[in-house]
Design a protein around this ligand. Sequence first.
Ligand code: SF4
Length: 363
Amino acid sequence: MMAKMMVKDIYDLTKTELRQELEELGEKPYRAGQIFSWLHARGAVSFDDMSDISKSLRMKLKERYSMNRLQVMEAQRSSTDGTVKYLFGLHDGSAIEGVFMEYRSWNTACISSQVGCAMGCRFCASGIDGCERNMTAGEMAAEVYGMERDTGKKISNVVIMGSGEPLLNYDSLIRFIVMITDPDGKGISQRNITVSTCGIVPGIDRLAGEKLGREHSQVNLAISLHAATDIKRKKIMPIAEKYSVSEVVAAAQRYYEATHRKVTFEYALIAGQNDTDEDAAELAALLGGKDIHMPVLVNLIPVNPVEGNGYRRPSRQACVNFKNKLENFGINGSIRRELGSDIDGACGQLRRRKRADYSDTGP
Ligand code: SF4
């Protein structure tokens, strides 16, 4: 029996790659822009929707490519604001999470970059079962399109802060940024994209040197710091065994110098672990050191409890005190706005619960 030809997911091609493949098929290069636009801006759900593409070319496309779409397996909708937390099913049966967030004048998609995560941060449910696989650029883009389709609302901002460490899926990350910023597709500004990392120093440096159509990347960087000393950070984040806090902060400084884009430090406040006045003073000393020459913002996130880690969320007043303490030392802090507090849960919990549901019911 002849082996079935592997078909590529057409969503996973950048416009340049699509143009090259169409040229190999003897097609005019401008067709790439038309097809890319159908896929990434005009919401085609099948090749037959592409009404300005000839029937013969549509046939060729059908033979060569699949159009993999995400399935909404579950959508938890906040009753207090427009936040929607999604569990998406991928074509191979994997599941990932994404969150749609509504702000006063824009909408943001928080997307995953890997199925699960290998980093094992103790406050995060996404890392408990490790990393199953990298996501493709097309799958990452499909998260944004799936949220737009479901909510009927346009997304202008993307944060890559869901499950996975995007700098360890670097090629897909860059291809995703190229795709989602393409003017024939969604045309989202690089400046409206934030890459969140747990502090992969070589990845930060690589991103700082990335050309991305301009002199340097213009995407924003968010670094999960969560502690100001190596001793404390190692208790919370295994990656701290590999890169020290001073190496991570130095990489952030280099990123700022190369790109002049904002770097935010994420800090999950955990009661009794990293939320004392002394912690605030150490954090301020680290980020306000003599080698730091960039605007610094610390985003304080009251931690969500995850089964088994014993972490507790500090009181609202304790969070405000920590922020005030930082500001007394001249470091800007903000407490993350509680969007969708009625559906809120730690990143990765929805996926874990669903997996448990499936294993309870058998194959
Ligand atoms: S916080 Fe991010 S890097 Fe850490 S385990 Fe969770 S998904 Fe991975």
